[in-house]
Design a protein around this ligand. Structure first.
Ligand code: NDP
Length: 327
């Protein structure tokens, strides 16, 4: 019995990804075998497949940092054949074969049973990007933010994290300001729940270390000068989350937003988040995310199309979330 997969290989400095036919014995050790239904394309997948960042640590490897599917066999307590499961992060696409395949064998502790109201397709429409958006919302709440405190800014608004953060926050009653480089997508952003839209160029250059108070909170996936300016404009006792580096991995800021405005900067990591945090995030996604809005952010491609999608992601022409139907 063979199955289809994408395989990323390295020859010298050259990284290539192609469709291959594999069998169960080609998979890595693990106590659960999953029939994968869907995977997805995240920014990190794009970095992995193109080798722009050293995400993949051993070659050849099946990329794909997440997948959702149905358990075929399990030797892991609490997970049984027939369970619908999701996996995000851990070693997937780094040291362990990932989700761009029709089958995956992984450690049971990496799997989470899906809430009953979410299909495996919903789970990958959410994907690591949406789950990271939820982790960001949880961090805002942990910092004490409520809709009564004022506007919340979402940067990288048309991206995966940004689109789902807008849908989540507006559903929770926040007035959301979306920052984007694609003002022509304003209609889409308003339908997701953005009340106001700003041009990302107003945040992307070096600015003053502290400036007029504009928002009570922010979900940032962009980093660099953008995050520095977001902090400078955050209101007294505001909360800002940082999960990404779409503009850059530097953070040219000062301590002023922290020591004058009592601003909190909360870091977000989805890859090694403890299981309890993941369970809470997925339960909240099932409760708080409007599935009609989710469908609006999503388009579906086949496995073979992933390398082309990755190029479009870097070109900035992908909007929202890309689900990969591996079958
Ligand atoms: P996407 O590529 O889907 O979205 C990124 C968005 O950022 C783009 O759509 C664009 O939005 C904006 N953007 C791109 N380039 C720039 C730039 N030079 N300056 C300002 N804005 C820019 O990526 P994801 O949403 O999947 O991920 C976003 C970031 O979060 C990535 O850096 C990713 O690595 C990180 N991430 C981190 C995780 C973690 O665990 N910490 C988990 C998931 C993601 P627009 O066109 O609207 O301006």
């Amino acid at each position: 019995m063979t199955f289809q997969a994408l395989l990323t290989s390295k020859t010298g400095d050259k990284i290539t990804t192609s469709m291959v036919s594999l069998s169960e014995q080609d998979l890595m050790p693990g106590d659960v075998l999953v029939d994968v239904d869907y995977s997805t394309v995240n920014y990190k997948d794009a970095m992995a497949i193109t080798g722009r960042s050293d995400i993949i640590r051993q070659f050849p490897l099946i990329p794909g940092i997440d997948f959702a599917g149905t358990v075929k066999t399990s030797a892991y307590p609490g997970i049984a054949a027939g369970d619908r499961v999701v996996a995000n992060g851990w070693g997937l696409s780094q040291t362990h074969h990932g989700g761009y395949a029709q089958q995956a064998r992984v450690k049971g502790e990496w799997l989470l049973k899906l809430p009953a109201t979410l299909s495996t397709k919903d789970a990958m429409a959410i994907g690591t990007a949406g789950y990271t958006a939820m982790l960001s919302v949880l961090a805002l709440e942990h910092g004490g933010l409520t809709p009564q405190h004022g506007d919340v800014l979402v940067t990288g608004a048309n991206g995966g994290v940004g689109s789902i953060a807008i849908a989540l926050l507006s559903g929770l009653g926040y007035r959301v300001v979306a920052s984007t480089g694609r003002l022509e997508e304003s209609d889409y952003l308003r339908k997701l729940g953005a009340a106001d839209i700003i041009d990302r160029r107003t945040l992307s250059e070096k600015g003053a270390p502290i400036a007029r108070e504009r928002w009570a909170g922010a979900v940032d996936s962009v980093g660099s000068h953008t995050l520095a300016n977001v902090l400078a404009h955050t209101k007294y006792r505001g909360v800002v989350t940082a999960c990404g580096l779409a503009q850059g991995l530097d953070l040219p800021t000062s301590v002023l937003p922290f020591i004058l405005r009592n601003v909190t900067l909360a870091g977000i990591d989805s890859v090694n988040a403890p299981q309890q945090v993941r369970i809470e995030a997925w339960a909240r996604l099932a409760r708080d995310l409007d599935l009609d809005k989710l469908a609006r952010t999503t388009h579906v491609v086949g496995l073979a199309e992933v390398p082309a999608v990755v190029e479009r992601l870097f070109a900035g022409t992908i909007r929202g979330r890309t689900v990969v139907d591996v079958n």
